[in-house]
Write a protein of this length. Structure first.
Ligand code: MRU
Length: 362
């Protein structure tokens, strides 16, 4: 997964009218490459979670707008596709960021709109790889420090959901410091939260850590507190789908409970994020971040394989009312620090503006 040339989305080499993705719904049982031929395919891939993870959602939307322009390069057509793509998933702000970036190109007069959008979708992907690399380079210092304190003993990281290579273009956000630590010979082990209901932990994070040879152990979502009470966790690192300018963090449902447990056990709770995940227009995450509610069947049913064949099993009685909130917000006061491509800062407006001074008001 950390191979330099690994990518989660790319243009088909012999047919630039097709964008290719890994169908993440089928992992870890099957590695399938899926073709996106229209912007509607891109919207479906985002909404139905063939692709997921904030940076990859943004990149897929950008490539979706390229496909829209290929179909009809009239700016009105691309703008209409943008409107629909924006509705595909509400919480990850990278979607809005990427769509607005491409729409600025659409609004700029110039030759060959298709080529200009294609170049920028590619640039979004290339930049994301560099951003994740930056997060890894800064975040690894935290793991190095713990390793020194433990005189080379195992550094135990707990993570939630998948904020790995699969959620980005390569390297991941929460996983980037882990991959960099592994390269530096630090003895690192990851507790992987299962992450119900879609099991991004058991199906994606465990798969990609295994592919990279990083020691890890899968646990149920509710195990984190117990592990922390028994000194089995040194640091929690998660990703985020949207971080406000004051440092409140939305991430996969259950993240808040990990932060509470870390706080109660005096353990560092860090959030790794690209600057593309910062919503500079919002301050209060609980009041302002839209929380996606998904299909109740994701909770009432689970997917897996039996004798090598995919199966779907209902775990409730038919009439059990179900709700499925996909994300929660961890208030900044519970976040020890934010790991970004420009460095590590406190989860606060002051901390973020220290790293991104261009975002200060006039
Ligand atoms: O519903 P998902 O799988 O898209 O949720 C993903 C997460 O919550 C990730 O932690 C987040 O997008 C950060 S990805 C680098």
């Amino acid at each position: 997964m950390t191979a330099e040339d690994f990518r989660t989305i790319w243009l088909k080499p012999d047919d630039p009218a097709i964008v290719q993705i890994i169908d993440q719904r089928r992992l870890p049982h099957e590695y399938t490459v899926h073709d996106l031929r229209t912007w509607q395919d891109a919207a479906t891939a985002i909404a139905d979670m063939y692709v997921r993870g904030a940076p990859l959602i943004g990149a897929t939307a950008a490539w979706g707008l390229y496909l829209a322009a290929l179909e009809d390069a009239d700016p009105a057509n691309v703008q209409a596709a943008a409107k629909s793509l924006l509705r595909s998933r509400p919480t990850a702000v990278n979607l809005r960021w990427a769509v607005e970036r491409i729409l600025r190109i659409v609004a700029t007069p110039g030759p060959d709109l298709v080529q200009r959008i294609r170049d920028d979708a590619q640039a979004i992907c290339d930049e994301d790889v560099e951003i994740s690399r930056g997060i890894g380079e800064h975040g690894v210092a935290l793991l190095e420090e713990i390793s020194k304190r433990k005189r080379g003993g195992t550094v135990n990281v707990l993570t939630h959901c998948n904020a790995g290579s699969l959620a980005t273009i390569n390297y991941g956000t929460a996983t980037a410091p882990i991959y960099f630590a592994q390269r530096r010979g630090i003895d690192v082990h990851v507790w992987v939260d299962e992450t119900r209901p879609r099991n991004q932990g058991s199906q994606l994070t465990a798969w990609e850590l295994a592919a990279s040879g990083v020691p890890h152990t899968l646990v149920v979502d509710n195990a984190g507190g117990h592990l922390m009470q028994h000194d089995m966790v040194d640091i929690v690192i998660t990703g985020t789908d949207r971080t406000t300018r004051c440092g409140d963090v939305a991430n996969k449902i259950g993240t808040y409970l990990k932060a509470l447990a870390a706080h109660d056990n005096d353990l560092p709770f860090y959030v790794a994020l690209p600057s593309t995940t910062i919503d500079w227009d919002s301050r209060d995450g609980i009041a302002e971040i839209p929380i996606e509610e998904r299909d109740p069947e994701e909770v009432s049913h689970i997917y897996g394989t039996h004798d090598g064949k995919p199966i779907r099993v209902c775990t409730t009685s038919n009439n059990t009312p179900v709700s499925n909130y996909a994300f929660d917000v961890t208030p900044a006061r519970l976040v020890t620090g934010l790991i970004t491509e420009r460095g590590i800062c406190s989860a606060s407006e002051q901390g973020l503006l220290g790293l991104f001074p261009e975002r200060r008001g006039p």
